[in-house]
Write a protein that binds this ligand. Structure first.
Ligand code: UD1
Ligand code: UDP
Length: 356
């Protein structure tokens, strides 16, 4: 059996690392081919994750780089078509909802190669998000749909997809669990000059927030919060580029993106997290750290029902309310959603090995 794994962006590495590792153990005689599309390419967005997560050196680098969504998707399709022709895989595994995911899954489907989608079935029902189109189309052409929460099965069923759906749990949480002893020991908050439980960790990168007129007010209000509670803000490169033309309040600490171990350490020690990231909504739910999501919707409602996530809306004016909400303390104890247990990739491997 020849399995081709496609990764390209920061969250892809985290979701796919345990899947590659478990399948290599389960099927030692199979060929395991890793393709890096190069959608993310800075060391802090790519290489550091390959190293920390022990992902094998990619066999193919597509170097698609940045650009409009269509260009990126088309480049992935064009370049991975050659890889598919060369490798003749029996299965292509793609994670998440980024342009690389769509480009790879469409090209595989056109080459009549079965596709397995890790983190299938999530829906925001917000057509303005590029990720929503990527999710819907990837699921449409996938043969194996690996889901991490029960509502994903309902979303897929609504689109007429019921065959090949496997509730395996959350492979991103597998990565977190595997590195827990290391990130717990790191105490990254000390190096950041803040105290455990005494700061707000911020990540923001969605175009709806950072590419439009909402960013200056967001930064102004974060500056206000920072006068009462230290704010640590490792900025995604999309955001960093937009921040160049905005005045940053003196007390706001904005840094380059940090590695996975450092970020997990900062998350686990934070008093709260303000984000628009999908993965961070999930990790805070697992860690039991209060999360405030600055978006109008979430494709991860399980983090609202089972976790610590609160949807603030796509409204910077809500940012100061985080201080009051944190002051109120935890509402109720949370426990991780079903099958967010560190063993999701083993269940993926069970399904794939069953086809070998
Ligand atoms: C992409 C995904 C998004 C995901 C995010 C994870 C799509 C449509 N979006 O968004 O779903 O949440 O990755 O982080 O696929 N850049 C760099 N260095 C890099 C990578 C990007 O400087 O290594 C800059 C470039 O200016 C680029 C911009 O960031 O134009 C945006 O990158 P892109 O991959 O288009 O989208 P993300 O915002 O990263
Ligand atoms: N992350 C990281 N360093 C950072 C910010 C985030 O390692 O500076 C990790 C975080 O722990 C999570 C993932 O990146 O696992 C989330 O990626 P991102 O927010 O870029 O994408 P999304 O999940 O929104 O698609």
């Amino acid at each position: 059996m020849n399995i081709l794994y496609v990764v390209g962006t920061r969250p892809n590495f985290i979701k796919m690392a345990p899947v590659i590792a478990r399948l290599r153990e389960r099927l030692p005689d199979a060929q395991h081919v890793v393709v890096h599309t190069g959608q993310h390419y800075d060391r802090a967005m790519s290489e550091i994750f390959l190293e920390e997560l022990d992902i094998p050196e990619p066999d193919h680098l597509l170097a698609v780089g940045s650009g409009p969504d269509t260009l990126m998707t088309a480049r992935v399709m064009e370049r991975i078509a050659d890889v598919l022709a060369q490798e003749q895989p029996d299965l292509v595994l793609v994670p998440g909802d980024v342009n690389s995911t769509l480009g790879a899954s469409l090209a595989a489907a056109q080459a009549r190669v079965p596709v397995g989608h890790i983190e299938s079935g999530l829906r925001s029902y917000d057509p303005s998000m590029p990720e929503e189109l990527n999710r819907v189309l990837t699921d449409r052409v996938s043969d194996l749909l690996f889901i991490h929460s029960a509502e994903a099965a309902d979303n897929l069923a609504r689109e007429g997809i019921t065959d090949g759906v496997h509730f395996v749990g959350n492979t991103m949480i597998d990565s977190l669990v595997a590195l827990e002893p290391r990130f717990r020991a790191l105490e990254a908050e000390k190096a950041a000059g803040v105290e455990r439980g005494g700061y707000l960790l911020v990540t923001l990168h969605r175009p709806a927030l950072v590419d439009g007129p909402l960013l200056p007010r967001t930064i102004e209000l974060l500056g206000q919060v920072a006068t009462e509670l230290p704010v640590v803000f490792p900025a995604h490169p999309r955001t960093a580029a937009r921040l160049e033309s905005i005045r940053i309040p003196a007390r706001l600490r904005i840094t380059a993106p940090v590695g996975y171990l450092e970020f997990l350490s900062l998350q686990s020690a934070a008093g709260g997290v303000l984000t628009d990231s999908g993965g961070v909504q999930e990790e805070t739910t697992f860690l039991g750290v209060p999360c405030f999501t600055l978006r109008a919707n979430t494709e991860r409602p399980v983090t609202l029902t089972h976790g610590t996530n609160v949807l603030l809306g796509l409204d910077p004016e809500q940012i100061p309310s985080v201080l009051e909400r944190l002051g109120e303390g935890p509402k109720r104890p949370t426990s991780p959603p079903p099958l967010w247990d560190g063993h999701a990739a083993e269940r993926v491997a069970d399904v794939v090995a069953g086809r070998a």
